[in-house]
Design a protein around this ligand. Structure first.
Ligand SMILES: Cc1ncc(COP(=O)(O)O)c(C=O)c1O
Length: 393
């Protein structure tokens, strides 16, 4: 399937121009159909019985794990379904065997979901070192060399910034982590939906991302682990091999980490979303977004009063473009874009208050985030409307 042909699969009213995919993407019809099929035709619990419906549901649920694992080159690791990226990161924060004096290294450009779980560990005597980004959100690799000390147990970095769009060279960070014996967690919430990623080649130990940002349903996320070294956060049905009143033996694989009845239709929908992306090809998805982003950056560069925050060209960036217009609050711009042209974008701090402080952007930014269903015509409409708004500011 060609990217241009997929627009019909997204049944949002045609007069709306959705450019907030970094928050949550739209969902295509085949994903909705796969979830409906489960609810209508073979709804049953998974891994818990012998009747025909539970056998079908269990197989589909297993297939969903296999498909997501292979999508990220993670077949040799453990792929756990979670509610979202936030839950996946918290599972690692709660599940590693921490000792007072251990150190965590993260950055000042992280989404709160990849910062708060680490900051909380300070209460347990864990040191947290923060590396600050340069202007366009780019890090100096030497800063990681310096910050990752012998007592560093974990380094947690986002692959692509949800504010500036910058893509980090995670492979280089992974090499440093490996040399110093630190675990490496990559927050892939903004990378997995947008370009091909191979977890093993990237060299991380944990990869966390969200299904709802990659055409899947809300309430779906993934924690991939190279080795399942964490203790499970939740125990109960489905997580054990054997139980007596004295104790229990945990089961292996993803089941150890998915206590209780999971989001079965969500998992089936997520697998269908992955299949959809695979059919399009992640290289093609990335090329399409680059074309749109290039066009947008060129358009914004020509408007007086507009400042783009983040890389000014498409090298090493995704289709997340943050900018401000002098003398007008980002919330007001977002409101005007909706009112005047039905363009839907996000404004504010984007759950990155420390980054906003670091960049001196107290009101935050306006963030446009493009995906495979956006078109050049929509980007033109955005540029024209921004020109109008900047003129009246
Ligand atoms: C980089 C990054 N990390 C983590 C998250 C949290 O994702 P979720 O809300 O799906 O847990 C987001 C969401 O926008 C994000 O952009």
């Amino acid at each position: 399937m060609k990217i241009e042909d997929c627009i019909a699969d997204f049944q949002i009213p045609r007069y709306l121009h959705y450019m907030d995919s970094a928050a949550t993407s739209l969902i295509p019809e085949p994903v909705i159909a796969a979830m409906n099929e489960y609810d209508r035709q073979y709804r049953a619990n998974v891994g818990r019985g012998m009747h025909r419906l539970t056998r079908v549901a269990t197989q589909k649920y297993q297939d969903a794990h296999d498909r997501v694992s292979s999508f990220i080159g993670g077949n040799e690791g453990t792929t756990v379904f979670t509610r979202n990226t936030t839950e996946a990161i918290n599972m690692v924060a709660a599940g590693l065997d921490w000792h007072s004096g251990d150190r965590i290294v993260t950055t000042g450009a992280e989404h709160h979901s990849n910062l708060l779980p680490w900051l909380r560990l300070r209460q347990e005597g864990i040191e947290v070192g923060i590396i600050q980004p340069g202007e366009a959100g780019i890090f100096d690799i030497e800063a990681f060399e310096e910050a990752i000390t012998a007592n560093t147990k974990l380094v947690a970095v986002s692959h692509a910034s949800n504010v500036l769009g910058t893509v980090q060279s995670v492979r280089e960070i992974a090499d440093i982590c490996k040399a110093r014996g630190a675990y490496f967690l990559v927050d892939g919430a903004q990378s997995i939906p947008h370009f091909p990623v191979d977890a093993r080649r990237m060299g991380c130990d944990f990869l966390c991302f969200s299904g709802h940002k990659m055409l899947g349903p809300t309430g779906t996320g993934i924690l991939w682990m190279r080795d399942a070294v964490i203790s499970p956060l939740i125990l109960g049905g489905g997580t054990v091999e054997d139980v007596t009143t004295e104790g229990y033996t945990l089961t292996g694989g993803y089941k150890r980490f998915e206590g209780g009845t999971p989001n079965i239709s969500g998992a089936i929908g997520l697998a269908q979303a992955v299949k959809y992306l695979e059919n399009l090809g992640m290289d093609a998805v990335f090329r399409h977004e680059q074309k749109l982003t290039d066009h947008l950056l060129a358009g914004l560069a020509g408007i007086e009063n507009v400042t783009v925050h983040g890389p000014e060209n498409v090298k090493n960036r995704i289709g997340v473009v943050s900018f401000t217009i002098d003398k007008i609050h980002p919330h007001e711009i977002a409101y005007l874009l909706d009112e005047r042209a039905a363009i839907l974008v996000r404004s504010g701090d984007h759950c990155c208050i420390p980054l906003m402080r670091h960049l001196g952007l107290e009101n935050g930014t306006l963030r446009v985030s493009l995906y495979l269903y956006n078109t050049l015509e929509e980007v033109d409409l955005l540029i024209e409307t921004i020109e109008e708004i900047a003129r009246i500011a």
